[in-house]
Ligand binder design. Structure first.
Ligand code: C2E
Ligand code: CA
Ligand code: CA
Ligand code: CA
Length: 275
């Protein structure tokens, strides 16, 4: 801590120092963690509106560190973005997701989250092609999720990267829609096949008529623009009932299924749970 005397800062700074210290330790540990195989993926099913068929599963990254235990992606992904390891880790995620999903029924897709840094990295198309080739996975079963905030930072570069992905016949999803600053008109600019409505709107569906109106408007507009819609973070039956009154295409959330390990997804499909 700085020489902050005996004011309030004394209560605050040791905590900040601990946080910075932990970030440094995690950053230093990350490369080794990747080599030691400490990262793994969980998979959360995305269902059709009836809740009967699994259309896709979202791959969610987990780090179980031998030194620090389970670490949330909300904590370690920003660190990986800072130290640049997100490209190596993200490439592993794409390869691993395609490898796992290649055992699933052919109508089930896999959704993979992309960091903005990955989206703008020049070798992304090569990484994608490599993952598809080594797993034998069909390009049009891969969906890459991008959050809206990244697009506006550099519109030209984002457009070029999305075009390159779409040219490989890989699909793109606009994730967390509604949380950023983009206007609805941006939807016409970017070539997304799917729009994922952020959990915050779904959470509010029960309490707020305004949220119902917003969600309905977004779904209608997306449909007119030829985009599919997914509602994320569906936790209650009331939310699902509300969504069923819309023309939303797919739903994802704890109500339907939590993220689960690859072997559980495999067992579900083997048991005939998919279409
Ligand atoms: P996201 O892409 O919005 O992913 C959805 C998050 O919401 C996941 O958290 C998921 O477990 C959680 N979730 C799913 N259903 C529900 C629900 O009904 N209620 C609530 N409260 N939460 C639900 P998770 O796995 O902790 O991931 C957090 C974020 O970390 C993700 O948000 C994504 O931005 C990022 N992330 C995860 N895996 C990757 C990855 O492989 N690469 C990159 N770049 N980011 C990733
Ligand atoms: Ca996502
Ligand atoms: Ca999301
Ligand atoms: Ca979200």
């Amino acid at each position: 801590a700085k020489d902050s005397g005996r004011g309030q800062m004394c209560l605050y700074e040791p905590l900040m120092d601990e946080k910075i210290e932990r970030s440094r330790t995690l950053a230093a540990d990350m490369q080794g963690a990747l080599e030691r195989g400490e990262f793994h993926l969980m998979f959360q099913p995305i269902y059709d509106l009836a809740g009967e068929r699994i259309l896709s599963c979202e791959a969610l990254l987990r780090w179980t560190s031998r030194n620090h235990g389970a670490i949330s992606p909300a904590e370690f992904i920003p660190i990986a973005e800072d130290n640049g390891l997100i490209v190596a880790i993200g490439s592993w995620v794409i390869r691993e997701a395609c490898r796992v999903a290649s055992d699933w029924p052919a109508e089930v897709k896999i959704a993979v989250n992309l960091s903005p840094i990955q989206l703008r990295s020049a070798n992304l198309p090569t990484v994608i092609m490599g993952a598809l080739a080594s797993s034998g996975f069909a390009a049009d079963r891969l969906e890459l999720e991008v959050t809206e905030s990244v697009l506006l930072e550099d519109i030209e570069a984002s457009l070029a990267a999305l075009d390159a992905i779409n040219r490989l016949h890989v699909r793109t999803t606009l994730d967390d829609f509604g949380t950023g600053y983009s206007s609805l008109s941006y939807l016409t600019k970017f070539p997304f096949q799917t729009l994922k409505i952020d959990r915050s709107f779904i959470t509010d569906l029960e309490q707020s008529h305004a949220s119902v109106a917003i969600v309905q408007t977004v779904i209608d507009l997306a449909a007119k623009l030829g985009m599919r819609t997914v509602a994320e973070g569906v936790e209650t039956q009331a939310q699902l009932d509300q969504l069923r009154r819309t023309r939303c295409d797919a739903v994802q959330g704890y109500l339907l299924a939590r993220p689960m390990p690859a072997n559980m997804v495999g067992a579900m499909f083997a048991g005939g749970a998919a279409g």
